[in-house]
Design a protein around this ligand. Structure first.
Ligand code: ZN
Length: 341
């Protein structure tokens, strides 16, 4: 039985097309998941437009933000059954003996390979998933929302694990993409006063950010950053996809403050980091997520404390993947979701 899949087949720009695939055969420690929904990530777009900075195992099925039902179980899989509603983490291949993996930080295992670039992802009907990647999705949480557990986990790690934010802190988020908006939502949950910064053509995405209880700023955020005591903000979350924003972050952050960089930017920087020293600032990277973070995010989503509905710009069938990618790429929608049905 063949199913269609959105496949990134080569390194050249635009090398994404629908292809037919056989139903995957699972290994003993894996389950076969029938995909209900899969989110389009900025990184899927980057592989499509060929401006990504990570190695891709061509040809590969795109998609790493997904959930669905278990339809088949490997002989060594315990604790799950057919029909279970699940979402999957993204670290499809890890070295369990790696010192980072042994610490539970398998997201930082340098040999880690993720769905959608290292192994076949979920923009298709069936995907094979190691059982250790699975998390149960409560019945009241629809898959359209549950498939966004992954970007929420990225934001949770950046804001609530890798940054220290206390109630009353002032937090500036640079970049109103999915991750930026979700970071703002997390900082609001932590009791901070939050503003999201974007550019002129980000207006519609900033409007969505407002729904998460934060202010929005177009362009220069100095006035907001210096409001009250003139010292700058406690924390800047850099979720923009360019290197240049770190320079602004250094201006906005207060002495002894914190900058967390979660947005990738392949461009080299041509400025001095001396303000980092002079202001005694902590610069923190944040990458991916691990098991406890997924459980916390699923709790937030299923209790309604975090609502991802406002960021979902539409649900498209796999056949309309191009439209779904284009809408998100142009910034018309924050997040596109696909359904293989
Ligand atoms: Zn993603």
């Amino acid at each position: 039985m063949k199913s269609i899949a959105v496949v990134n087949y080569a390194e050249e720009k635009g090398s994404v097309a629908l292809r037919e695939l056989d139903r995957p055969r699972i290994r003993t420690d894996e389950v076969l998941l029938e995909v209900a929904n899969v989110g389009v990530c900025g990184s899927d777009l980057h592989q499509w437009t060929a401006d990504h900075s990570w190695p891709v195992n061509y040809p590969v099925v795109l998609g790493h933000e997904f959930g669905g039902h278990i339809v088949e179980l490997g002989t060594n899989v315990d604790g799950w059954k057919e029909g279970d509603r699940v979402v999957s983490e993204t670290a499809a291949v890890i070295d369990a003996t790696n010192p980072l993996s042994r610490q539970g930080l398998y997201n930082l295992d340098p040999t880690r390979k993720g769905f959608g670039y290292g192994v076949n992802g979920a923009m298709t009907r069936f995907v094979r998933v190691p059982a250790r990647c699975l998390h149960r999705v409560p019945d009241q949480l629809p898959f359209e929302q549950a498939c966004l557990t992954e970007p929420c986990a990225v934001a949770y790690n950046a804001v609530l694990v890798n940054s220290t934010i206390r109630p009353g802190d002032r937090v500036l988020v640079l970049g109103p993409g999915t991750i930026g908006i979700l970071c703002a939502a997390m900082a609001t949950l932590a009791g901070a006063e939050v503003a999201v910064v974007g550019l002129e053509n980000d207006r519609s995405r900033l409007e969505i950010a407002k729904g998460y209880g934060c202010e929005t700023i177009i362009g220069d955020a100095t006035e907001w950053a210096m409001r009250y005591d003139g010292m700058g903000v406690d924390c800047v979350i850099d979720a923009a996809g360019v290197s240049a924003t770190l320079r602004s972050a250094l201006d906005y952050v207060r002495p002894n403050g914190h900058i967390t960089k979660v947005g990738w930017g392949p461009q080299p920087m041509n400025y001095s980091l001396d303000p980092l020293i002079q202001k005694n600032v902590t610069l923190q990277g944040s990458f991916s997520h691990n098991w406890p973070i997924w459980e916390k995010v699923l709790a937030l989503l299923s209790t309604g404390k975090l609502d991802v509905k406002p960021i979902i710009g539409g649900v498209w069938s796999l056949g309309d993947w191009h439209e779904a990618f284009e809408q998100m790429h142009s910034g018309k929608v924050v997040k596109s979701v696909l359904t293989p049905k």
